[in-house]
Design a protein around this ligand. Structure first.
Ligand code: IMP
Ligand code: MG
Length: 369
């Protein structure tokens, strides 16, 4: 992974793959051009690397020239193409091959065609190393295409993000999500998870995903996934993990520019933990840590009994019921503790003390991630 300015990029196309594509382009073009001496026209800035490597692979005499256009701002193509340096030589009757690093919307290409409209060249062919078919909005024929890529921003091999990245010999793709802190928050009943989740959410600008809330939201709003989940619940069956994961994915996608997430109430099994890892990976991210609030049983019992007195919650009123809930919690979460420990991502935090004291301990763990 690399960082340019504020954005993270992941390896996408290796130098070797680029080299193979360039070799192929040079061969194809040399074949088609025959005995003509072509003029290769690079579009600056991006294409300097393509042109340089291409002409070294071109097996016959050729000429090279450049025009300079500018269209990109940040990570978005703009309609407004500036012609900074146009054609500086007469190309009447010549075989011209335009060499592009990348064709995205095709706006730049439209400008290229405008430039050549009155040049009376013998033939004008367009070659590009990279092509984003999903982004292309024009009808101009692309005669030679190196590698088709999805509509995501890339850098390297001449391509830049606000000036940086052009010198990298391979190509990197922008990460689907930027750097995130994703926490799985755990704690036995009465450990103060809810209170601490609120604090973490505000302090680190994280999105709190409580699985219970997500279920209730989907069912109440009768989303497709909510209806599907309800059909299992109504039959008295467990909702399959995949449905839960799909709901969580929708939440993650809704907040793809978040600093991270707090998962609360999920995962509960190692199969779910694996599914969550996969989900985060598909978003170019990962779970950073499982944080478990650790509180002694007797203290939990005391806390819950006193909460029961004011809340009137039936399951907070009876000591035996409370002890069973705590036992149940440890039985279920032991597996997860192992799962995240194996990845060095398990952090137990002492959950006894004042709220401020506990938040301080949590902040220390998160600060070290
Ligand atoms: P178009 O006019 O939308 O086809 O964009 C063409 C120009 O935008 C290219 O010559 C590049 O300079 C720039 N561009 C398009 N896509 C990318 C990308 O993914 N990374 C970096 N620059 C890009
Ligand atoms: Mg360009």
């Amino acid at each position: 992974m690399i960082k340019l300015h504020d954005k993270y990029f992941k390896p996408f196309i290796s130098a070797k793959e680029i080299d193979a594509a360039m070799t192929r382009l040079a061969k194809e073009i040399a074949n088609d051009v025959g005995d003509d001496i072509p003029v290769f026209v690079g579009i600056l800035n991006g294409s300097f690397m393509v042109v340089s490597d291409f002409v070294k692979k071109y097996p016959k005499p050729c000429e090279v020239t450049f025009i300079k256009l500018a269209s990109y701002e940040g990570v978005k193509s703009t309609e407004d193409i500036q012609r900074l340096i146009g054609l500086t030589q007469d190309l009447t009757g010549r075989t011209v091959v335009v060499l592009e690093d990348i064709i995205d919307t095709g706006n730049t290409l439209a400008e290229v065609h405008r430039i050549f409209k009155n040049e009376n060249v013998k033939s004008l062919k367009i070659a590009t190393l990279f092509y984003k078919p999903e982004a292309y909005k024009k009808d101009f024929k692309l005669h030679y295409i190196g590698i088709e890529i999805p509509n995501k921003f890339i850098v390297g091999y001449g391509l830049d993000y606000d000036g940086l990245g052009r010198n990298i010999p391979e190509v990197y793709q922008i990460k689907e999500t930027q750097h995130m802190t994703n926490l799985v928050l755990f704690g036995p009943p009465g450990a103060g998870k809810g209170t601490q989740a609120e604090f973490l959410k505000d302090k680190y600008h994280l999105v709190h995903i409580s699985t219970g809330d997500v279920f209730r939201f989907n069912i109440k709003n009768e989303t497709a996934l909510g209806m599907l989940a309800k059909s299992y619940i109504d039959k008295g069956e467990l909702v399959p993990d995949q449905i839960t994961i799909d709901m969580l994915e929708a939440e993650v996608e809704k907040n793809s520019d978040a600093n991270g997430f707090i998962f609360d109430g999920f995962p509960r099994t190692s199969a779910q933990a694996e599914a969550l890892d996969k989900l985060m990976e598909s978003k170019d991210s990962a779970i950073s840590a499982m944080i478990a609030l650790e509180v002694d049983d007797d203290i939990l019992v005391k806390r819950l009994l006193s909460r029961g007195k004011t809340s009137g919650r039936a399951d907070d009123a009876d000591e035996t019921v409370i002890r069973n809930r705590i036992k149940e919690y440890y039985k279920k979460t032991a597996i997860l503790k192992d799962y995240y420990s194996a990845q060095n991502k398990y952090f137990g935090v002492d959950g006894v003390g004042s709220v401020e004291k506990i938040t301080e301990r949590l902040a220390k763990v998160i600060g070290n991630l």
